[in-house]
Design a protein around this ligand. Structure first.
Ligand SMILES: *[C@@H]1O[C@H](CO)[C@@H](O)[C@H](O)[C@H]1NC(C)=O
Length: 151
């Protein structure tokens, strides 16, 4: 008979094994206001790629590790801004379909597109996402979510 606790220790290993596997992704990490090559069309020649496993959790999300890449495209006052980085929360794409991004059109001339992916290293390089979805109803929700996750 197994000693008490052996089963739990095994479960723990399985859990962390699965976790570290899920976290083994690398993402482009840049923002176009400091590096114009971060914009579309994406130029990966000087942009750093970050192993998301090396990032810690955020102060306001203790214990949550980045498992995906994200790309944010924002138009503020007529000016496009791009952000690429590891992503901490949510699912890749829309219901798992990475071709789709969340979009929000807001007041004050703001447009935002939020894409997540985990299909391969550097997947947040994609410069054209086909058939983005416009999801007005949950957009307000998303806005809060993005602020929560932070840039
Ligand atoms: C950078 O882009 C080039 C051209 O698109 C591609 O062949 C190469 O694999 C990319 N590098 C990485 C590390 O993804």
């Amino acid at each position: 008979m197994a000693a008490p606790g052996t089963h739990n220790v095994m479960l723990l290993f399985v859990f962390f094994g699965a976790l570290s596997c899920a976290m083994a992704i690398k993402c482009w990490d840049c923002r176009s206001d400091s590096d114009p090559k971060c914009a579309d069309p994406f130029d990966n020649s000087t942009v750093p790629i970050t192993d998301c496993r090396t990032l810690g959790s955020l102060d306001h999300l203790p214990g949550v590790r980045p498992t995906m890449c994200r790309k944010i495209r924002q138009k503020v006052n007529g000016e496009w801004r791009y952000f690429r980085s590891c992503a901490y929360m949510g699912e890749p794409g829309i219901q798992g379909d990475e071709r789709f991004c969340l979009m929000r059109t807001g007041t004050y001339n703001i447009f935002m597109e939020y894409c997540t992916c985990n299909s391969k290293d550097g997947c947040n390089s994609a410069s054209s996402i086909k058939g983005s979805l416009l999801i007005g109803l949950i957009s307000t929700c998303l806005w809060g979510f993005v602020h929560f996750v932070g840039f």
